[in-house]
Design a protein around this ligand. Structure first.
Ligand SMILES: Cc1cc2nc3c(=O)[nH]c(=O)nc-3n(C[C@H](O)[C@H](O)[C@H](O)COP(=O)(O)OP(=O)(O)OC[C@H]3O[C@@H](n4cnc5c(N)ncnc54)[C@H](O)[C@@H]3O)c2cc1C
Length: 287
């Protein structure tokens, strides 16, 4: 059944917008077929404010490696969605060990298909200022968040294939975009991820990534690279090289994009490799 509110909106505002866009028409078709009220959802239940910080309660904290944890924050109601476009990030505000205010960007690993909560995976550095805030956070505490932020917004069909090059916590935007692609049966975009870390224990979201790679073997591939690999290891060793990019990313072409997100020295090295391999600036994006 289609709610009366949606019908009214359809006539007044959605329809004109839909008529302008073929994709919008297709989307409205899906919404009506499923009886969904997704336009309403996004507009009325998105919880972010781009100008003002809003507080979200930490409801679950799970340690996932020696220096990383997953934080689940409740949204105002069990039916609320965060309202973050795929590819965008949020700004989190906290206090460092000296009590000084600090604001840093983070990318939720959840999508708007996850209702009632959002999750962050955070790597905490011993001397990191915002890391201190997250290390001290306990269930029941509140986190101040503002957004959406960021220059990248994913739209289905923007590329035939993505090469994604991530280091450490730089996996979070890649994970979010990959999930959005793979969970949409209409999205046929291919994703080739190279993910670099120091040790096996440092690899974040490994179970989830391996799960996606085995569920979508033709659409998603992941290649891990470690500085200090275990004795038995079939991934890459050392730093990400030009040869690894050639073997594991789509070749330069007008309809591919290479996304990178890692520590600044890694981003710099990868940009140099990509330039040398013939990827134009338009084919590259750095988070
Ligand atoms: C778009 C975007 C999304 C992000 N999403 C996530 C996410 O989902 N999860 C997550 O954990 N992080 C994410 N980050 C990183 C995050 O914003 C912080 O930078 C990180 O948490 C460290 O902040 P901090 O205040 O604790 O550390 P800082 O006080 O800024 O420094 C922490 C440590 O990092 C190292 N460091 C800092 N700056 C540099 C530098 N320029 N060169 C080399 N080393 C340096 C140093 O060892 C230092 O001790 C994201 C960053 C961006 C740009």
């Amino acid at each position: 059944m289609i709610g009366g509110v949606l019908v009214e909106r359809t006539v007044k505002e959605i329809l004109p917008a839909v008529q302008r866009s073929k994709e919008g028409l297709e989307e409205l078709g899906n919404i009506l077929a499923k009886g969904e009220t997704r336009y309403e959802t996004v507009r009325d239940r998105g919880c972010l404010d781009p100008k003002n910080f809003k507080e979200f309660k930490l409801v679950k904290r799970t340690q996932i490696s020696h220096n990383s944890a997953k934080f689940r924050f409740a949204l105002p109601t069990p039916k609320s969605v965060l309202g973050l476009p795929v590819g965008k990030n949020i700004r989190c505000r906290g206090k460092d060990s000296q009590g000084e205010q600090v604001v840093r960007p983070y990318t939720p690993i959840t999508l708007d298909s996850d209702v009632g909560y959002f999750e962050l995976v955070v790597k905490m550095y011993p001397k990191g200022r915002m890391s201190h805030h997250f290390r001290e956070m306990r269930e029941g505490d509140y986190l101040a968040v503002r957004g959406p932020e960021g220059r990248f917004k994913y739209k289905r069909g923007q590329a035939r294939a993505f090469g994604m090059i991530a280091g450490g916590s730089g996996i979070t935007p890649m994970f979010q975009i990959t999930r959005a692609i793979l969970e949409n049966p209409k999205d046929k975009t291919n994703v080739h991820l190279i993910y670099a870390n120091v040790t096996l224990d440092d690899i974040l979201l490994k179970e989830e990534l391996d799960g996606l790679a085995s569920k979508f073997p033709n659409q998603f591939k992941v290649y891990y690279v470690l500085n200090q690999p275990p004795e038995v290891w079939n991934g890459g060793i050392g730093y990400i090289s030009k040869e690894m990019i050639q073997s594991h990313c789509p070749a330069p072409a007008e309809d591919i994009q290479i996304l990178r997100c890692g520590p600044p020295p890694m981003n710099k090295a990868i940009a140099a490799h990509l330039n040398a391999l013939g990827y134009t600036p338009k084919m590259q994006f750095e988070f």
